[in-house]
Design a protein around this ligand. Sequence first.
Ligand code: ASP
Length: 333
Amino acid sequence: MINRRKFITKALSAGALTITPGILRSASRSFPFIGTSNDLPVIISTWNHGLEANEAAIKVLNNGGSIVDAVEQGVWVPEEDPGNMSVGLGGFPDREGHVTLDASIMGPDGNAGSVCFLENIVHPISVARLVMDSTPHVMLSGEGALQFALENGFKKENLLTPEAEEAWKNALHKTGYDPKPNWENEPNKFHDTIGLLGIDTNGDMAGACTTSGLGFKIRGRVGDSPIIGAGLFVDNEIGCATATGMGELVMKTVGSFLVVELMRNGRTPQEAVEEAILRIVKKVPDHKKYQIGFIALNKKGETGAYCLKPGFNYALYKDGENKLFDSNSYYKK
Ligand code: ASP
């Protein structure tokens, strides 16, 4: 795994790859394949940090990498960006000043891996992938996840940047505990989790989701992102979905699994994400205080995005173009 990463990183930094959709067509397509390879690949991801992540994912595909490689390496971009205060290095710490990370990954074979409450590792998504690829388990947590990572060649690093530490110290002055990010006034500053979904030219799908979770959370709090079915779900016959926002709302409604099941029952990705948001509106009494965004992708390469209130955006790579879109919302303000 480490060798693969080095190889791809080298290829990316050499700038030898260009975004050429559909360049890698394969004669052997997975069944049932219902898109057309001309429309594929498609990559969709949450928030504006998704633009660069999509680009990295497409480069991996164009270089012959698998769809699992693509989603993993796509989310490396925000994970290793110290300026991104909601994912990986530079993420906001918990109330005790520790950066704790949650991540999950799922591939076209239905296999899944995740880590939660993991500290000191820049790429939790790759630890999640290793759990998926090299163990019979799905999820490792905290100390055990760290030990597993270190035993497998990951390096222990300090993830708390001076900027995040200062923000944490300022937050400590506030009394009470109200985990409500200031979504409406600073939507880009608090752009949160990256969830990235992709389908390749064979029609195979994968997804990755990685976050430092809520800023200044109670120590030990784990969100939806590492929970298979909540923050991420992939069914290669149907489609995939991922979530961002106040994870508790997604966990209570098993949001990403719900979106995929709705697609299984005939909904388009857009209809499915709208219904999942409606489920939260109906079932979670205090939902109005929070933001939730879902994105979804189906086997045809069609996509959907929807959120509770304005401010959520997503990056979509389709037909050779990578663009940022504002999501429609259930509440209009
Ligand atoms: N869903 C993540 C969590 O609850 C954070 C976010 O996307 O805002 O940990």
